[in-house]
Design a protein around this ligand. Structure first.
Ligand SMILES: C=C(O[C@@H]1C=C(C(=O)O)C=C[C@H]1O)C(=O)O
Length: 443
């Protein structure tokens, strides 16, 4: 156990504490052990291009509530990162990992204990695996603290055998839905009335599914299996010993920023996979040719373009493509921008969240409809999860295809875009497909 966890860490909005960071290369693949044992915080982040970060402990924590939560996180982070000295390669630099709740008024009630309206942690210890090798980084408030932590964990990880992947799933004892199919039909019909009235153009309605497990879930092993099945998705977990663990395999990038270069995408419109390549194509062709799907997708492209334009010197919207996943296929439009001036990735996160891929159009009417309709708190579902660094660069996924594990229950969330001409039965089927990534790994 890392007994120094929590000592002298930075939490307040006014304190300023130096952060010292030290890295060294790791010759072992046994770095999953970083997540073992008691620690107040653990995190994992994997990208579709194969990069991976696994971390534990709290060197600095930033939290905020309210409408200015994005700004307040940035202010706290600036204080912490201003005093940072990193000795190691750039890719092993300290970053703050965490995210936001869907809505700024969110309260951390079950199953979301430990998940406030905005919460980020700079881990005390983390492993970064990229094309440049595997590196271990320790962060502390004094040089000796960082160096001791680095050596201790380096020795510990190097001595460990690489364990084989755990293929056993926890098993499902019981499931409970928040929304029956009959209720869903009523909800979609009520949303369609608002659309007919002209109050609303699109809303994404979600459902939640609670799964009682037969055995405790091993989140890292579950994520590993998800990564193999959904290699073109993100993989993440954010866990608190004093609360739950939010994890998932989102297919959707909210935004990534490196210097002036920004990448995002519109992902909306969903059809199943077929049993054969020809069936796959038939589903895709139906989606491409369908006015409802194109309308629903186009609203997302337009909103992202509008939100990003004020920040951009150049903005380009690429040709529509298909994102094909193991259980579902989506319409996807990549969007890139070159920023005008110096910006923090959290400014872009704030501008983009929620896109109409998870919220709706117009945003206020969509949020009102979500609030009037959904009998549960979205918590961090469909909200930004990811990281940022001292330079204000970072990458955020949309927290979809996700669940929050507490004790022996996992609460899953999934939703779908409703526009004029949506059919409640078809929308129901699409939502069930979106539960599958996590549900299949629990059964
Ligand atoms: C809302 C979800 O997915 C989003 C909604 C989609 C749609 O309406 O077709 C497709 C991809 C995601 O942007 C979810 O996975 O829960």
């Amino acid at each position: 156990m890392d007994r120094s966890s929590g000592e002298g860490r930075l939490t307040g909005e006014t304190e300023s504490v130096d952060l010292i960071s030290r890295s060294r290369e790791l010759e072992t693949a046994a770095f999953g052990a970083v997540l073992e044992g008691d620690t107040e915080s653990r995190m994992q982040w994997a990208t579709p291009d194969g990069h991976e970060i696994v971390g534990r402990g709290v060197a600095a924590r930033f939290t905020a509530t309210g409408a200015d939560r994005f700004d307040r996180i940035r202010t706290q982070a600036r204080r912490a990162f201003d005093g940072l000295t990193h000795d190691g390669p750039d890719h092993a630099r300290p970053r703050a990992f965490g995210g936001f709740s869907f809505h700024d008024g969110h309260k951390a009630a079950p199953p979301w204990i430990g998940f406030g309206a905005a919460s980020f942690v700079v881990p005390q210890l983390f492993v970064t695996r990229t094309d440049d090798g595997t590196w271990l980084t320790a962060v502390g408030h004094r040089v000796d603290e960082a160096e001791d932590r680095l050596e201790r964990w380096h020795d510990r990880l190097t001595d460990l055998p690489v364990t084989r992947n755990d293929e056993t799933t926890p098993g499902v004892a019981a499931t409970r839905r928040t929304t029956s199919q009959a209720t869903w039909t009523e909800q979609v019909e009520a949303a369609l009335e608002r659309i007919d009235d002209g109050r609303l153009t699109k809303v994404v309605l979600a459902q939640s599914l609670s799964v009682d497990l037969e055995d405790p879930i091993d989140v890292p092993a579950t994520l590993e299996r998800l990564r193999r099945r959904y290699p073109n998705c993100y993989g993440f977990q954010i866990g608190h010993d004093a609360g739950g663990t939010f994890f998932g395999a989102p297919p959707e990038r909210l935004v990534s920023k490196r210097g002036a270069h920004v990448e995002t995408e519109a992902l909306a419109g969903s059809v199943p996979r077929g049993d054969t390549p020809a069936e796959d194509e038939a589903h895709v062709e139906r989606m491409r040719a369908d006015a409802k799907f194109q309308h629903e997708h186009g609203l997302v492209v337009d909103a992202i373009r509008e939100q990003l334009a004020p920040f951009a010197r150049e903005l380009s919207v690429s040709k529509q493509t298909i994102r094909r996943l193991a259980t579902i296929q989506h319409l996807r439009t990549p969007i890139e921008a070159t920023l005008e001036g110096d910006r923090h990735v959290l400014e872009l996160v704030e501008a983009l969240h929620p896109t109409p891929a998870v919220g709706g159009v117009p945003p206020e009417a969509a949020w009102e409809t979500i609030r009037d309709t959904e009998p549960f708190d979205r918590g961090w579902y469909a909200a930004p999860v990811g990281w940022f660094d001292a330079a204000g660069d970072g990458e955020f996924a949309v927290g979809l295809r996700s669940g929050v594990a507490t004790g022996e229950t996992v609460t899953l969330f999934a939703g779908n875009g409703i526009v004029a001409d949506s059919d409640p039965d078809e929308e129901w089927d699409e939502v069930q497909l979106k539960f599958r990534p996590i549900l299949d790994e629990l059964r």
